[in-house]
Design a protein around this ligand. Structure first.
Ligand code: PRP
Ligand code: URA
Length: 215
């Protein structure tokens, strides 16, 4: 289902048919915000299955209707951190699979001229260091927003940190590998490059606008 592309950095790419099928609809410019929202939600749910494979679990005793047995429960508090706005669409899908996770919010907007991120909101659990943190944002372009989000999360105490994105550009992956070598990136696709406006090519356009119909 997933493969590593080690020459770019610590990235795991999902080559699963269901994910690629749904991603192709997301790329299609005729897909409107309503199906876009549903597809993003579904892909995030599929991706989190693989991205959480290494979460710690504790053995617990459980009484089935037949006899006692030993099961497993998640052993740490997981925090999902969407980068607003577009990350919200992925976070919903992740939470469907992991409803017990806490949610921290980071509001970042990329300045369309400088391409630098502006931080407008930060609401994180105080004990974010109590377990794994999953940063979610569908687009990893220059990597400026993700690098800023990761700095804020590390400052807040996040140690076990992974990032879930939909489409990543090689430029963004390389930047994160340089700035935070301990981070694993899970991506549905690694696209060719950025264009002169910092958009991912072929990409899917502006994820936030397409998700919320503000195109
Ligand atoms: C998009 C996207 C990322 C960022 C990626 O958000 O969701 O956060 O751009 O670009 P970068 O890697 O070059 O920083 P945007 O700032 O457009 O905000 P929005 O989600 O509110 O539309
Ligand atoms: N942000 C987006 O939403 N899309 C891109 O292609 C690049 C940054």
């Amino acid at each position: 289902m997933a493969m590593s592309v080690s020459d770019l950095g610590n990235v795991v790419v999902f080559n699963h048919p269901l994910i690629q099928h749904k991603l192709t609809y997301l790329r299609d410019k005729t897909t409107s915000h309503r199906p876009f929202r549903g597809l993003l939600y579904q892909i995030a749910g599929l991706m989190v299955y693989e991205a959480t494979r290494t979460l710690p679990v504790n053995p617990v005793e459980v009484d089935t209707p037949v006899e006692k047995t030993i099961g497993a429960r998640l052993g740490a508090k997981v925090t999902v951190v969407p980068v607003l706005r577009a990350g919200l669409g992925m976070a919903e899908g992740v939470l469907e699979m992991m409803p017990e996770a806490r949610v921290g919010h980071l509001g970042l907007a990329r300045d369309e001229i400088t391409l630098e991120p502006i931080v407008y909101l930060q609401r994180l659990p105080r004990d974010i260091d109590a377990g794994p943190v999953i940063l979610v944002d569908p687009m990893l372009a220059t990597g400026g927003s993700a690098a800023q989000a990761i700095r804020l999360l590390r400052q807040a105490g996040a140690t076990d940190l992974r990032m879930l994105c939909l489409v990543a550009a090689p430029e963004g992956i390389r930047r994160l590998a340089r700035e935070d070598p301990g981070l694993t990136i899970y991506a549905a696709a690694v696209d060719r490059q950025l264009n002169e406006r910092g958009y991912i090519v072929p990409g899917l356009g502006d994820a936030g606008d397409r998700l919320y119909g503000t195109v």
